[in-house]
Design a protein around this ligand. Structure first.
Ligand code: HEC
Ligand code: HEC
Ligand code: HEC
Ligand code: HEC
Ligand code: HEC
Length: 490
């Protein structure tokens, strides 16, 4: 009895020791594994070459990061989606333009755009955008270069300019930026070699994300100041998740060239909603060109992806550009970001299904529904502006003067910029569906009011945005009962 109890105790003790030893070994193994993983994620590469703040060539970075480099190179791919992606159109190379393939012409797709931009370089050549690999060539060889002398400012978003700016500015990034801005384009072109490269988004020492573009450094500072945050420095004050959007906001934004120095400026000091931007352009009086058929001082909107995205549900929910356009993928033991930046519809599985428990068909269908609706409104709004332009042209032919058409010209400027804001935004409404619909609805109203103004000399428009000095309508300050009163979400 006694002996058997002792034996049992010993057995238990041994079992416990074995278990403990096992657990300890397990814990040790786990600790090693965690350490390895941490090491992996902190230093997930074999450092083959030393990268410095002067290493522009992505192929050199690619020696340390072959997986990211391989995906980066795949931005040459061209695959069409219903409203986006890209398709290559073959062309016969010429002495002036050696490209054998270009992107689809938007002017051929929709000839109304030629009327829309009459008198401006965009009416001569405007194409679908395609992958990052083409950005420098497509800019160098667009016919917009032939009809207008373009400034070095253009380079800011179409080349790896970080090192060239610093060289030009004797080590000072901003000084170099200022100097390149007022160079002739072809002179600046000689100073750059690569499209957007690793060094433009990454610190070579830590690989952390960083913003290198002066336009965004200054633009986001002005925007934050308008929200009460002074001296905002994006590289020290933004969260990591914000940086996953800001690195794209360096280029996918509305911009203009300010003053005789052609300083690249993002018009955000009053905010980034379209009304803020319009009133910025009214107060710092700016026109991109005078419309050839109506004489109105008009504006061209360009790719306001960052601004529109900020008005949408995904920005509000903290989802970044990179979440959809550079989703994580597994390569063996590593989780990497897909550097093949492209339409998420070519990659729904990773771009959307990590968050949404819907089938691929359902997700694609949801995007298509939003885009079809936006496209229909966009077409009607474009028709309305083209009708206004036609009426104004006829009125001019009948002898009407600038004074007679003042109200109509003002309405054209606003309506046209609003349609263009959605037209130039490359997601066909997906980034912010309600905002796109709201803008197009207002644009249609303004264009039709413009037609009334052509006919009635004393027509009083209910114009938009509210002119300076006039109190906003109560609707703008008091949300209807039950609606969200949350912050602006960015
Ligand atoms: C929730 C996912 C999501 C987020 C976040 C998002 N996008 Fe998109 N984006 C899309 C979808 C979907 C499309 C439509 C693609 C199409 O029609 O093929 C699109 C289209 C685009 C396009 C045109 C692509 C093409 O192939 O024509 C660009 C450029 C773009 N987005 C840039 C951005 C930028 C810059 C940001 C951040 C400021 C951003 N996107 C945030 C999902 C997203
Ligand atoms: C603020 C950044 C920025 C600046 C400055 C800029 N671009 Fe772009 N550009 C983009 C982005 C983003 C795209 C892709 C989205 C699109 O096409 O809407 C693009 C697309 C293009 C394209 C291809 C599509 C098309 O329009 O045919 C051409 C050509 C082009 N830009 C020329 C120019 C020229 C010329 C200048 C100077 C007048 C210029 N860009 C200045 C950001 C910029
Ligand atoms: C240095 C400026 C710059 C930066 C930074 C940049 N882009 Fe672009 N992006 C462009 C230009 C310019 C084009 C058009 C190139 C062309 O048409 O030749 C473009 C094209 C695209 C396209 C269209 C691709 C296709 O196949 O049609 C997408 C999508 C896109 N960018 C998303 C992003 C996202 C997401 C980020 C951030 C991770 C980003 N871009 C960062 C300038 C930039
Ligand atoms: C337009 C901006 C942009 C460019 C250009 C770019 N990256 Fe990235 N990269 C990102 C973003 C966004 C992430 C995600 C970072 C995060 O979540 O903190 C990333 C992450 C990484 C990481 C961390 C691991 C991972 O995959 O998430 C490595 C390594 C990396 N990039 C290497 C490169 C290399 C090499 C190049 C040039 C061939 C390059 N990147 C070009 C935006 C860029
Ligand atoms: C990082 C997570 C994340 C990713 C990636 C993401 N979404 Fe979302 N999406 C959200 C969140 C959060 C919402 C807000 C509504 C909610 O909570 O369900 C949302 C909302 C939506 C809505 C609006 C739903 C409604 O009821 O109004 C649609 C449509 C949508 N997403 C489609 C997409 C598509 C298409 C993609 C891929 C291109 C995508 N999302 C990628 C997180 C994400």
């Amino acid at each position: 009895m006694e002996a058997s109890r002792t034996r049992r105790r010993i057995a238990l003790l041994v079992a416990a020791m074995v278990l403990a030893a096992g657990a300890a070994a397990g814990a040790a193994a786990l600790a090693v594994n965690i350490m390895e993983r941490k090491q992996e994620s902190r230093n997930p590469f074999y450092r083959v070459v030393e990268l410095t703040d002067e290493t522009v060539d992505p192929a050199i970075w690619g020696k340390n990061f072959p997986l990211q480099y391989d995906d980066y190179k795949r931005t040459v791919d061209m695959t069409r989606t219903k409203y986006g992606g890209s398709d290559g159109v073959p062309r016969a190379p010429t002495a002036n333009d050696p490209r054998e393939v270009t992107a689809q012409s938007r002017l051929e797709e929709d000839p109304r755009l030629k009327t829309f931009w009459a008198g401006y370089a965009f009416a001569v050549d405007f194409r679908e955008e395609r992958g990052h690999a083409y950005m420098l060539d497509d800019q160098t060889f667009t016919e917009r270069q032939v009809v207008t002398k373009q400034p070095g400012t253009c380079m800011h978003c179409h080349a790896s300019v970080y090192v060239p700016y610093k060289k030009l500015g004797g080590g000072d990034l901003i000084k170099g930026f200022e100097q390149m801005n007022h160079m002739p384009y072809m002179e600046a072109r000689k100073l750059v070699e690569h499209p957007v490269a690793c060094i433009d988004c990454h610190d070579p020492g830590t690989m952390q994300l960083r913003v290198t573009r002066p336009g965004f450094l200054e633009g986001i500072r002005a925007l934050k100041a308008s929200q009460g945050v002074q001296n905002y420095d994006v590289n020290t004050m933004a969260t990591r998740q914000e940086m996953r959007t800001y690195v794209c906001g360096q280029c996918h934004v509305e911009y203009y060239f300010k003053g005789p120095d052609k300083r690249l400026t993002y018009p955000w000091s009053k905010g980034i909603k379209i009304e803020n931007i319009l009133s910025y352009y009214d107060e710092n009086p700016h026109k991109d060109w005078v419309h050839a058929e109506t004489g109105a001082p008009v504006l061209k909107a360009q790719h306001p992806e960052f601004e529109m995205y900020n008005q949408g549900i995904h920005a509000r929910s903290g989802v970044s550009c990179a979440d959809c356009h550079m989703p994580y993928k597994r390569e063996g033991a590593l989780k990497i970001s897909d550097h093949h930046v492209r339409s998420p519809l070519l990659n729904v599985n990773r771009a959307c299904q990590t968050c949404h428990n819907w089938t691929e068909e359902e997700l694609t269908q949801r995007v298509n529904t939003i885009q079809d609706r936006t496209f229909e409104l966009r077409n009607r709004a474009l028709d309305a502006v083209v009708a206004l332009i036609g009426d104004m042209k006829a009125a001019r032919a009948a002898g009407k003067t600038d004074a007679d058409l003042k109200t109509a010209m003002d309405l054209q400027r606003r309506a046209q910029f609003m349609v263009d804001f959605v037209e130039a935004e490359n997601s066909m409404g997906f980034h912010a569906p309600e905002e796109a619909a709201r803008i197009l609805g207002i644009a249609m109203d303004l264009a039709r009011q413009g037609q009334l103004a052509v006919r009635q000399p004393d027509f009083q428009p209910s114009s938009f945005p509210t002119p300076p000095g006039v109190k906003p309508t109560p609707r703008e300050v008091t949300p209807p009962p039950g609606s969200s009163t949350g912050g602006s979400g960015h």
